[in-house]
Design a protein around this ligand. Structure first.
Ligand SMILES: NC(=O)c1ccc[n+]([C@@H]2O[C@H](COP(=O)([O-])OP(=O)(O)OC[C@H]3O[C@@H](n4cnc5c(N)ncnc54)[C@H](O)[C@@H]3O)[C@@H](O)[C@H]2O)c1
Length: 255
């Protein structure tokens, strides 16, 4: 699908993978709407693109926030691109070393943010895309979700996050089938360890250990490598229902 001339909604747009995607899609000619709970960061990125009003405050777990962000995007033109990056995680074991079981509300919060949030954004954005006129290839939209390789082989302490991301991986083929009749594609990127702000705030020794475990190239991924893949997924009309690992061939060890 052509990027230029379409409207793109990017969640988690104030930082990291979302910010890199905003910049790439903007450079490729999309009209980008930025959604995030981080107002200052989102406005700053939008301001860099020349228009702070492209930013919409949006909690991806809120039905009304996401509906408003989708409406905002659809009013600007043909909303045909979604890249959903809003998310994040915490760390706790199923049973802590002192014998305490994982807090159930903490587990629910991580699932709500990463799994329910992904579905909330996907269902509302794709419902708007279904109203588009199809392009020459019959496409009405392309959606990119963000999982994690922790959804396949989460490390110790990632039980909530890995479970939520496994749900995003599982959702991909089903949503692609659900939306096929409408000409809306759904794909997911499962990143390894990418040098976004949360990772860059980790101790240097931890970052070096992550980088050292990557077979090749022996480094963390760059946010623009994610954005480049998201851009390709949007452009490649035959890519559908797929989860693509972006990880330098690393397979997470237990810790
Ligand atoms: N960086 C990595 O190594 C890595 C690896 C695998 C998966 N991921 C996933 O990629 C996505 C982006 O992560 P990142 O590394 O760019 O982190 P980041 O912290 O730089 O960006 C995440 C953005 O999401 C926003 N956000 C958080 N909760 C939100 C909510 N409820 N509604 C809307 N926005 C919200 C934050 O404000 C932030 O701007 C996340 O889903 C993360 O789980 C990241």
């Amino acid at each position: 699908m052509e990027i230029a001339g379409n409207v793109a909604l990017v969640t988690g747009a104030a930082s990291g993978l979302g910010e890199a995607t905003v910049r790439r899609l903007h450079a490729a000619g999309a009209e980008v709407v930025l959604a995030d709970v981080n107002d200052a960061g989102g406005r700053a990125v939008a301001g860099d693109l020349g228009d702070e009003d492209r930013f919409v405050h949006c909690d991806v777990t809120s039905e009304s926030d996401v509906a408003a962000a989708v409406d905002n995007a659809a009013l600007r033109g043909r909303l045909a691109i979604l890249v959903h990056c809003g998310g994040g995680g915490t760390s706790a074991r199923t049973v802590a070393r002192d014998g305490r079981p994982h807090d159930l509300d903490a587990f629910r919060r991580v699932v709500e943010l990463n799994l329910v949030g992904s579905f909330n954004v996907l269902r509302l954005a794709s419902a708007a895309m279904a109203k588009n006129d199809p392009d020459g290839g019959g496409e009405r939209g392309a959606c990119v979700l963000t999982a994690s390789i922790a959804g396949y082989e989460g490390q110790i302490g990632q039980v909530a996050y890995g479970s939520a991301k496994a749900g995003v991986i599982g959702m991909t083929i089903i949503a692609a089938r659900d939306l096929a009749a409408m000409g809306v594609r759904v794909n997911t990127i499962a990143p390894g360890t990418i040098a976004t702000p949360p990772m860059m705030m980790a101790p240097a020794a931890m970052r070096e250990a992550f980088a050292g475990n990557v077979p090749f190239p022996k480094r963390l991924g760059q946010p623009d490598e994610y954005a480049a893949l998201a851009e390709h997924i949007v452009e490649n009309g035959y890519l559908n229902g797929e989860v693509i690992r972006l990880d330098g061939a690393v397979r997470f060890q237990p810790k």
